[in-house]
Design a binder for this molecule. Structure first.
Ligand code: ADP
Length: 384
């Protein structure tokens, strides 16, 4: 015969005590209002090392560290628990053998039937390993942050050095290129100049120009990364800027011709020096990758939100399949015969980065032998 059995209050109490007593991973014990330990479970024995009969009736401060006792932690923990209903207890505690462990626990008040606080229960576990891992993680994070900061400092020192070195090298080179060109022009009229001298002079002009361009690329890149060199934005008419730059680069166009096509102002919010650098790099490439006598055109147009700034040449073009890699640092498309290999693959990278800094994009349309058109798209100035 089966009969149902309802547990009595005493039985329930017994079961509860049995559970508490058998829990091993958690220390569970009670503290009376005077701060004396009143019960102690097996988990507490295991974690702290005290047997029940050794500790019951003794002050809870036994398990606190000296610093915490001096700071009044045992009392303030109970006050907080009584006031707030619980007090989180994450601190170093002392074992019987004097060893410390990191405890993660909570103290809660025990209420009488009338609602008065008659003691406290403290439940905690040994979280030393968790804490150790946490500290290790913090240490690694800190080490990683320090290493990154050091690397960043080293990189910016390198960029600053490169910028200074490139700038200092470029100044004398600019003078050499300029004077060599003047000399070549003057001496070309002298009839009895030997062919050897003429070639030597031409080599000086050619090579110094090449070195000048390489140093220019280095300077561009160093400046791009130098943190002191941020954009200083202003309202710019790209049409004006283009006319001005075209006039400036005229002497560098050699045997090429240039046409500018713009109908009305093309206003953008930009840094004039950086945008000048963009156009100069595109023009330099148009000259470099076109045969003498080639025609270059710069066109400005607008659509709803953008100003389109395109530079076209009738040069060697770009092999198919190169795609966006053209704008990567140090990338150089392999042209077939007849193309001078003078660059470092920096110019278009700088163009791409500067345009991106202005919130724009750059694309190229090209075919081998059919010339190239680079299109820079920049956001129109607000209200224009
Ligand atoms: P580089 O210093 O080699 O000219 P860039 O970054 O300016 O470096 O250009 C990368 C490559 O893109 C060049 O090596 C060249 O192959 C190709 N390129 C750039 N502009 C043109 C152009 N107008 N016509 C044909 N190829 C070009």
């Amino acid at each position: 015969m089966q009969h149902s059995h309802t547990t009595t209050a005493d039985e329930r109490q017994g079961i509860f005590h049995a559970i508490v007593a058998s829990v091993r991973d958690y220390a569970m014990f009670t503290i009376d209002l005077k701060g004396l330990i009143s019960t102690w479970n097996a988990g507490a024995h295991q974690i702290f090392g005290y047997r029940t009969e050794e500790i019951v009736g003794r002050p809870v401060s036994l398990i606190f560290t000296e610093e915490d006792i001096r700071a009044g932690a045992p009392e303030s923990e109970r006050e907080r628990a009584a006031r707030d209903g619980r007090a989180i207890d994450k601190r170093w505690h002392l074992r019987k053998d004097g060893g410390r462990f990191w405890a993660d626990g909570v103290v809660t008040p025990i209420h009488s039937g009338e609602g008065c606080v008659i003691g406290f229960v403290k439940i905690m576990r040994d979280a030393t390993e968790v804490q150790r891992l946490e500290e290790e993680r913090e240490r690694l994070l800190l080490a990683e942050r320090t290493a990154r900061e050091e690397a960043e400092a080293a990189i910016s020192a390198r960029d600053a050095f490169l910028a200074i070195a490139a700038h200092e090298l470029r100044t004398p080179l600019t003078a050499i290129v300029g004077y060599a060109q003047v000399l070549e022009r003057r001496l070309s009229h002298i009839a009895d100049l030997s062919e050897r001298d003429r070639r030597a002079l031409h080599a000086i002009v050619d090579q110094s120009d090449r070195a000048h361009q390489l140093i220019g690329s280095l300077l561009d890149m160093a400046r791009l990364h130098s943190e002191h060199d941020r954009l200083s934005l202003g309202l710019i008419d790209l049409c004006d800027l283009t006319q001005q730059i075209a006039a400036d680069v005229e002497p560098l166009l050699y045997a090429h011709t240039i046409a500018i096509d713009c109908d009305g102002p093309a206003l953008v919010l930009g840094d004039p020096l950086r945008l000048e650098q963009v156009l100069q790099n595109l023009l330099q490439n148009a000259v470099k990758y076109s045969p003498d006598g080639g025609h270059i055109s710069v066109r400005l147009s607008q659509d709803e939100g953008s100003v389109l700034w395109s530079v076209s040449d009738q040069g060697v073009g770009i092999p198919e399949g190169v795609g966006g890699r053209l704008f990567e640092r140090f990338y150089r498309a392999n042209h077939t015969t007849g193309v001078p290999i003078t660059g470092m693959g920096i110019g278009l990278y700088v163009v791409h980065e500067l345009v991106a800094l202005h919130g724009g994009t750059v694309e190229v349309a090209s075919s081998v032998g059919g010339g190239s058109t680079f299109v820079v798209r920049l956001p129109r100035a607000p209200g224009s």
